[in-house]
Design a binder for this molecule. Structure first.
Ligand SMILES: [Zn+2]
Length: 201
């Protein structure tokens, strides 16, 4: 994958905070219009790792294009008269197993999610009940204490993984039994010609 300069710079900034992020007070970040970024190895995510073909151990800082790295950034903001919001950007390169050829399929993930922050369950429920929430709008997120950012990041990655991963151009698909590329018993044009002339009956 070729990265643009800005993407490479973004990933480099994330790598400066290597390691699993701690719980974060999103509401406080929003009030200050702040954010945070970081990066960690995908094998730190237990739920997601079950689906991965490649388990990659990173004991030290990986290179820019390294597979199995999760890069993330969350930025929160507050606007007068409106609820606080947070934007989560997640990138990774996940090693999945192609369900056709059973070889590794590298999936480039580049997800961005926007959340509307609710300080309490009751606030969120009443907003949901009064249909204040637009279907295409930000996702409602309950933030009644320090938030587990790792869970939020892992959810985004799990959503990005296809239910049945397959190579777009899979070699196995072309040679699969029962799907021959050419009909083996194709008749020679000369033979057909002979039939057209016909055997007089
Ligand atoms: Zn395949």
């Amino acid at each position: 994958m070729t990265l643009s300069n800005s993407q490479a710079a973004w990933r480099q900034r994330c790598l400066e905070n290597w390691g699993l992020p701690r719980r974060v007070d999103l509401m406080r970040l929003a009030r200050g219009g702040q954010g945070l970024s970081g990066a960690f190895a995908v094998n730190r995510l237990d739920r997601l790792s079950e689906d991965l073909a490649q388990s990659i151990e990173h004991t030290s800082l990986p290179g820019l294009d390294d597979k199995g790295v999760v890069w993330f950034e969350v930025s929160a903001s507050a606007r007068t008269g409106r609820r606080n919001t947070a934007v989560l950007k997640v990138q990774s390169v996940l090693g999945l197993t192609c369900q056709r050829c059973m070889q590794t399929l590298w999936l480039e993930v580049d997800e961005q999610a926007v959340f509307e922050l609710f300080g309490s369950e009751s606030q969120m429920q009443s907003a949901l009940a009064s249909e204040e929430i637009e279907p295409d709008g930000p996702e409602p997120l309950l933030v009644d204490g320090p938030l587990d950012l790792v869970q939020l990041i892992e959810d985004q990655l799990i959503l990005a993984v296809p239910f049945v991963p397959k190579h777009e151009d899979c070699q196995a698909a072309k040679t699969e039994a029962g799907e021959p590329i050419q009909t083996p018993e194709r008749q020679s044009p000369f033979k057909v010609l002979g039939q057209l002339k016909g055997d007089p009956k």
